[in-house]
Write a protein that binds this ligand. Structure first.
Ligand SMILES: [Fe+2]
Ligand SMILES: [Fe+2]
Length: 119
């Protein structure tokens, strides 16, 4: 279900932008679906260790692409912020993989965005 179908009039421009752009940071990696699957497996093998992932992103080769992919929330959020996006759009982009309790976005909006993304 689309976020505007879930939220109705609460799906304003920042919410719609969040729904559409939260994964925009993935483009930096240049990975397509098979590479993204590999990246997800590598993240699991590295136990999602942030230091390791940042080291990969700062390095070269395929590990760099994996690191960039795994850092897509913050890379996308930084870019959207630089472009003048609404704080809600930036926050959801940054936090969309965090556990529900760690997310600062309004829970009603976050739940709708999460549901729409899982469809
Ligand atoms: Fe994502
Ligand atoms: Fe997503």
């Amino acid at each position: 279900m689309r976020v505007d179908e879930i939220l109705g009039p609460d799906a304003d421009r920042p919410v719609m932008a969040a729904a559409l752009l939260h994964d925009s940071g993935k483009v930096d990696s240049g990975l397509r679906t098979p590479g993204r699957v590999v990246a997800t497996v590598m993240a699991g093998l590295a136990k999602h260790d942030e230091v390791t992932i940042r080291r990969w992103a700062a390095g070269g080769g395929y590990r760099r692409r994996v690191g960039l992919y795994l850092l897509h929330p913050e890379r996308g959020a930084e870019r959207l912020e630089r472009c003048g996006s609404d704080p809600l759009t930036v926050a959801w982009t940054l936090e969309h993989h965090l556990p529900r309790g760690e997310c600062t976005v309004d829970q009603h909006l976050a739940d709708a965005l999460r549901e729409a993304d899982n469809d």
